[in-house]
Design a protein around this ligand. Sequence first.
Ligand SMILES: *[C@@H]1O[C@H](CO)[C@@H](O)[C@H](O)[C@H]1NC(C)=O
Ligand SMILES: *[C@@H]1O[C@H](CO)[C@@H](O)[C@H](O)[C@H]1NC(C)=O
Ligand SMILES: *[C@@H]1O[C@H](CO)[C@@H](O)[C@H](O)[C@H]1NC(C)=O
Length: 210
Amino acid sequence: MTAHMEFMCTLGMRDWAAPAPHSKMLLLLLSLALGAEPGAGALRLNSTEGCEIIHPPRDGGIRYRGLTPDQVQTVRFLPFNYEIEYVCRPDREIVGPKVRQCLRNGTWTDMSHPSRCLRMCPKIHLSLENGRAVPQAMERVPVEGTWVEYHCNSGFRLVGSSRSNCTKAGRWTSPKPICELRRSTASGSGLGPWVTLWLCWAVQVPGFWF
Ligand SMILES: *[C@@H]1O[C@H](CO)[C@@H](O)[C@H](O)[C@H]1NC(C)=O
Ligand SMILES: *[C@@H]1O[C@H](CO)[C@@H](O)[C@H](O)[C@H]1NC(C)=O
Ligand SMILES: *[C@@H]1O[C@H](CO)[C@@H](O)[C@H](O)[C@H]1NC(C)=O
């Protein structure tokens, strides 16, 4: 478990702005970090039986439990019931299956559903003061394809866009709108009688103004 934590930190500190490391490199990085785990190498591999290894998603890697770095580099088949887990670069979230298991018939679970590492959009767009933000097509966090619809409480008026889309760059297409208090018609008419009174008085006593 500690090994996992340390490896996540290593991931977090890497400069991802630099040319994106090829997924193979990331895979190597993961496996090297995990190789330090106690009990590694206990897994028995058979070079012809099991499930053939699969590629990690773009911008992600695969966590192989119980394999030595050497094994990760050379393995072609993983044993039945073995589980692989996908991990994404720190600014991304996995969408689709996070874990796949090797089935008896030599396939991995849920292969009809792709796993993708998508950029997250800021969560601040998921709330709206004096109104409601209704997220659609949301994963655990907002990602590419998610959008938010905004509605204001009664008595408030929406200023800005009523919809914002999360783009693949991890940005919202519109700034978050605000709900502005409607100028109350009641307070306007409240002033009415006083204004009328003053006007009438001014008309009746024109000399007052001079
Ligand atoms: C690998 O699996 C095959 C098929 O079950 C078996 O015949 C073979 O002995 C196994 N090899 C090892 C090294 O366990
Ligand atoms: C393997 O087994 C799973 C579940 O038992 C099934 O959904 C899948 O279609 C099978 N794949 C093949 C290639 O037989
Ligand atoms: C968000 O996506 C919808 C549907 O694709 C589109 O109609 C709308 O114009 C988009 N909004 C913005 C601000 O890009």
